[in-house]
Design a protein around this ligand. Sequence first.
Ligand code: NDP
Length: 274
Amino acid sequence: MTHVPTVTLNNGIEMPQLGFGVFQVPDEETTAAVGTALEAGYRSIDTAAAYGNEGGVGKALAASGLPREELFVTTKLWNADQGYDATLRAFDASLGKLGLDHVDLYLIHWPAPARDLYLDSWRAIERLVAEGRVRTAGVSNFQPAHLARLLDSSDLVPAVNQIELHPALQQRELRDLHARHSIVTEAWSPLAQGAVLEEPALREIAGRHGRSTAQVVLRWHLQLGNVVIPKSVTPARIRENIDVFGFELSAEEMAAITALDRGLRTGPDPDTLN
Ligand code: NDP
């Protein structure tokens, strides 16, 4: 079973650098997929209220028999639940579905700027941190302007910004900003939902290492220092995606992948999703 290295967050907590995402996995399939992931060695699971599968995740965590302190569970506050009181209620509902008494990371899923409630939501999350029900507070899909406003309004610096990031969308500006504020960059859709896996440059590198293009992409993220949360419901791919700690990309190979950036968003634009 693979042991995944951790990154140290700005509050001292260790987060596995590679975890398992469950976006678009139906609740009834989630328990089996997360069960396979836990058997393969994943200990970090990324869900969200909006995915409708916190219950399936919770069942898999309980069935695994793994000690709670070995698990790192992330869930997210949905846009419709932003605001101080609504955040507290939504968090209670998420915890209930997960069957847990705390989560390791709670993220504001989108800034939803037209709602203009993310500062209120953040104050609620500050309270949840103080109560010990959220170990680490973070955000997702925050653009530089949203982060700047949050940093101005609160002493609690988000430990993580989870953003769309893959070889076709490399997010240089945000990664530099994160580095300046000790915010960990977590890559969602790290494989661009499969859209980059046929790239000739990746095929060539993969052939050289006797690896898949997915493994090469995940390795590129890890060497950049990103946290990654690939999703798969296919057991062989779940195992393949965690088997990325036994090889290393050269500086030339890293540069060849850096050259693949073409500003391709596979998901919504955070400035307009509300
Ligand atoms: P990924 O980039 O992880 O790609 C998943 C897709 O790639 C699936 O179709 C999967 O197929 C396929 N795949 C996985 N592994 C392999 C492999 N080794 N070889 C070939 N194909 C493979 O996309 P996601 O959008 O799911 O992103 C990952 C996670 O990020 C999500 O599950 C979620 O947790 C998070 N996320 C967060 C968002 C946010 O707004 N904060 C938005 C989107 C995602 P199959 O399952 O059929 O095997």
